[in-house]
Design a binder for this molecule. Sequence first.
Ligand code: HSE
Length: 449
Amino acid sequence: MSTSPSSSSRECGVAVLGFGTVGAGVVETLLHNGDLLAARTGVRPVLRGIADLDTTTDRHIPDLPAGLLTTDSPALLARPDVHIVVELIGGTGIARRLVEQALALGKPVVTANKKLLAEAGPELYALAEANHTQLYFEASVGGGIPILKALREGLAANHITSIYGILNGTCNYILTRMEQEALPFATVLASAQQLGYAEAEPSLDIDGLDTAHKAAVLATLAYGAPAPLAQIPVQGIRDISPLDIQSARSLGYRIKLLAILRKGPRGIEASVQPTLLPLDHTLAAVSGVFNAVQVEGDVVGTTLYYGRGAGRAATASAVCADIADAALDLLAGAPRHPRSPAASAETPLPFAPPDLITARHYLRFNLHDVPGSFARVAACLANHDIGLESIIQNETPDDAPSAAPGYVPVSVTTQPAPAGALDLALAEIGATPDLVQPPITRFRIEALA
Ligand code: HSE
């Protein structure tokens, strides 16, 4: 780092790779709030360059100094006056190669790229360690919510018992509108795409993968486990119907797409699944594009973090906090809070087999409307030790998931049962001739207090 000629504070050179929505937010924040960061940390982040293949689109930053833009990321990050590299390209192709190049040069990297961390985290942490530098990734989970800082620093004295997170704004926005306007999923998705709240190719969000990437990052920090994407069962929100929302409500619940990480008897129980939450629970009140994470620690008890999980400004806030952290670490000559997963737990916990995760469930299916049908369903469930708690035989609204003539939609809730036992029971029910019309929809229930 160099000493600023104009002040006693030190300067630290920053390269921003990727000048999309978040990149533009970061550049804007560094330009407008750089003095604040310098005052708070004693290190002034100075933008040395911005790399993007597109150097002509107007990013609406009127005071952007001339001469900063380049298309040559490798050359920019290698410059001797660049001390911190900010990767905001996304994906696991060129972004991974550039992150590896920067780490190999011993330069700290700040990234918002949860997909990269979920898929290649262990290799990148090892590369950083081997080159005596760090990877900073606050913006990868929960946008502007400082949830990783809370886990790493604020809750450092705690064993983490559980994490429940609403981590995808697109899904939460869609579910909120489905409930408030009693509209089906496809209608709200199309409208969200038109309004720019959902991507044209929305599957990463609505099929739950984005939430799973974030859950993997949280698991790494909370439990020291390597990114376990393959071990996180993932179910998105496509199957949620207005009927489910209505049935859940009549039972006192609201449906949210929830990432759950919980310390269980066999290790970390991880899943991403539509989950019925009690209407009066704080997470059930999180609406629209907002994210929220509830973390329980063995010392502190329950804590809650809430805010914007995406967007230019919110994500830029987290990226710039990481730039400040990286600058302070450079100044100190050593990381003040080690980021490698190995430093996150005494012993990394294993992941529990998903089929042994025990929970209550909500099921909805179209049942053959003849005497005795429901008793046969209940018997199949009972054969696998699964008890029932409540049953709703729904009126068939016009927009109900289509039931064939002679079938009626039924929703039930079960007592706690291992997911694997439920799989077997539902397979048996589905294979019984003339009993239910597939598919059988299932969500989780969490009676959080
Ligand atoms: N697409 C994500 C969301 C934000 O809708 O929350 C980036 O992870």
